[in-house]
Design a protein around this ligand. Structure first.
Ligand SMILES: Cc1cc2nc3c(=O)[nH]c(=O)nc-3n(C[C@H](O)[C@H](O)[C@H](O)COP(=O)(O)O)c2cc1C
Length: 194
């Protein structure tokens, strides 16, 4: 059975991003994946300090929750990364996660993992495509296999409209694209690793 990890980059537990990443993971389970949700708002991750120790040892010199997350990522075949739009980009929590993933890139431990993005903006403000692009670039630099939400909508991945009141629960396109992304990541992971 393939393992798909969902990462939520919002500091707000139970918010729009968590809702959509959970939708993607539910859909992954429906087609046969084992899943796990990691909420960056509930873990302790310090920023990268550019000590470059990982370049020599392959391991991060900082002892926090990123160590456990790194081990989980090494053992997964699929990855769904979700972030709210903050000033047209990913959240600080997501950027810390990205930078601290550098030890995984030493010998490309995420090479060929099937991966995609979910982003949620506030009502009408926009920025979802920029966030999906930032996540896609992160994944490409890890040599992951980047996918979108696939047919029938086939765009950037999961793209939602939320806001502080959690309107994503009424966002039909956000829910559909997130579910389609979960299914697509899983089906491709099964073809490669199942
Ligand atoms: C600091 C900050 C910056 C934001 N910048 C944007 C933005 O540039 N574009 C946008 O559409 N929404 C922006 N938002 C709104 C959030 O993206 C939106 O409320 C989102 O649904 C929050 O997701 P969450 O419920 O998972 O936390 C911003 C919110 C905050 C707190």
């Amino acid at each position: 059975m393939v393992k798909i990890i969902g990462i939520v980059g919002s500091p707000r537990a139970g918010g729009n991003t968590e809702f959509l990443v959970k939708k993607a993971l539910e859909s992954a389970q429906e087609v046969g994946a084992e899943t796990e949700l990691i909420n960056l708002g509930s873990v302790d991750i310090e920023p990268c300090i550019a000590c470059d120790i990982c370049k020599g040892t392959g391991e991060c010199a900082i002892y926090d929750d990123m160590r456990d997350i790194t081990e989980k990522l090494k053992k997964s075949q699929g990855l769904i990364i979700g972030s709210p739009v903050y000033f047209g980009n990913v959240t600080s929590q997501m950027k810390m996660f990205m930078d601290r993933s550098r030890p995984l890139r030493g010998d490309f431990k995420l090479r060929n993992i099937i991966a995609g993005a979910i982003s949620v903006g506030g009502s009408r403000n926009g920025g979802q495509e920029t966030v999906c692009s930032a996540i896609h670039e992160f994944l490409l630099i890890h040599d992951a296999i980047v996918v979108g939400d696939g047919a029938p909508l086939a765009h950037y991945g999961g793209t939602g409209v939320g806001g502080p009141k959690g309107d994503t629960k009424k966002d039909i396109v956000g829910i559909e694209t997130s579910k389609n992304l979960g299914k697509r990541v899983t089906e491709l992971a099964q073809r490669l690793y199942g």
